[in-house]
Structures are given as structure tokens and as C-alpha cells.
Design a protein around this ligand. Structure first.
Ligand SMILES: N[C@@H](CCC(=O)N[C@@H](CS)C(=O)NCC(=O)O)C(=O)O
Length: 189
């Protein structure tokens, strides 16, 4: 989300919600997102938009980061569903669990690694034949999948054998306005 905002050179305010890896279930936060999860985008009229990929889709709409073709737009949604269903639950959670040794999900780590490497294989095969996830151009499909792919090594995934994914990540890092995860949030660009 911050990467897309940086590409768009769009000013925003960033507020950290105090949470552990459990929901910030205060009444105030649940009034904003009854599902108790971050991120949430608050629009200028006060509308709250939760779900990372809904936020990416909203921000990218009408910009070069969301393709205009009917099929290509559906393919962006296809990869966003893949990210939520097969990618993040396996590639992001092992990184998080390194901080929480007592979390009961530690028992699921072997299954997460197996499914996580399967998700990386799907991306590798797709990217071996094209430069970007959808339609030959950089889009929010790339941005949503880049987020936890480029951090997967912090959860002990070995990305060395995924040549096409590594080249794709390099292409993303060379996009105009690219910022790394450690960049200061706020008025980018
Ligand atoms: N599908 C949501 C998942 C968001 C999510 O799981 N957020 C985590 C932090 S990364 C959270 O708020 N967890 C609190 C909880 O699950 O209770 C999205 O992509 O935005």
C-alpha cells in the first residue's frame, strides 16, 4: 500500500495501530473495522476501507497501476485472491511466528513451508514466461505479491532457486518512485 502511494506520489497520513499479532479489538478500532484487522484506508470523507487488496484496487483505479481491459482486471483480482488464499497464509506467517515462539501455530510450520514453496513455484512458472504478473506491465497484482515475497527470507524461506521471482523483484525495485519497507511513512516522493 505504501509502495503504491509512493509510486503515485500521493500524500497520506500513516497511523500505527497498537497491536500484537492479535486484533486491536478496542471499541474505537472495531467501529472503524468490525473485523478488527489492519490495514484500513480512511478516505477524505471518512469512509473506512479495510482489506489490503481492496485498498490497492481503490488507489490504483484510474492509474497505470490497474489495467483497463476486462480480462486483465479479472486477472489482477485472480492474483489478489491467490495472494490471500495461498501466498500470505504460508509465506508471511512463518516470519511473524519467529517473534512468538509460544504461538500454537508453530505446529503448522512444516505445512506452511510446503504450501509456501508451492505458491512460490506457481509464481516462478508464471514469471518465467513474462515480466510482470498481468498483461506485460507493472500493476497492483505485482505490488500485492511483492509485499510478502520479498520478506519471505525473514521467515526462513530460501528464495535462491527462484530465478524468475528474483528477476521480477529486481524489476520492481527499479520502478520509478520505488520505496523499501523501511522508508519513512507519510509524504513520499
Ligand atoms: N485479509 C486482510 C488480512 C489483514 C490481517 O491479517 N492483518 C493483521 C496484521 S498484518 C491483523 O490485523 N491481525 C489482527 C487479527 O487477525 O486479529 C488483508 O489483506 O488486509
Amino acid at each position: 500500500m505504501r509502495l503504491l502511494l509512493a509510486h503515485l506520489n500521493q500524500p497520506y497520513e500513516w497511523e500505527e495501530v497498537p497491536s500484537r499479532h492479535v486484533a486491536p479489538r478496542t471499541p474505537e478500532f472495531l467501529a472503524i473495522n468490525p473485523n478488527g484487522k489492519v490495514p484500513v484506508l480512511i478516505l477524505e470523507d471518512g469512509t473506512a476501507l479495510p482489506e489490503s487488496n481492496a485498498i490497492l484496487h481503490y488507489l490504483a483505479s484510474g492509474t497505470p497501476y490497474l489495467p483497463t481491459g476486462r480480462l486483465e482486471q479479472a486477472q489482477v483480482v485472480q492474483w489478489m485472491c491467490f495472494e490471500q488464499d495461498s501466498h500470505v497464509p504460508n509465506l508471511a506467517v512463518p516470519r511473524l511466528l519467529k517473534r512468538y515462539p509460544d504461538d500454537p501455530r508453530q505446529a503448522n510450520l512444516p505445512a506452511m513451508f510446503e504450501a509456501g514453496y508451492r505458491a512460490l513455484e506457481v509464481m516462478e512458472q508464471h514469471l518465467a514466461q513474462r515480466l510482470y504478473m498481468v498483461g506485460g506491465a507493472y500493476s497492483v497484482a505485482d505490488i500485492c505479491l511483492y509485499a510478502y515475497t520479498h520478506l519471505a527470507h525473514e521467515g526462513d524461506f530460501d528464495l535462491a532457486r527462484f530465478a524468475a521471482i528474483n528477476s521480477w523483484m529486481e524489476r520492481i525495485r527499479s520502478q520509478p518512485g520505488y520505496i523499501g519497507i523501511d522508508a519513512q511513512p507519510g509524504l513520499e516522493g
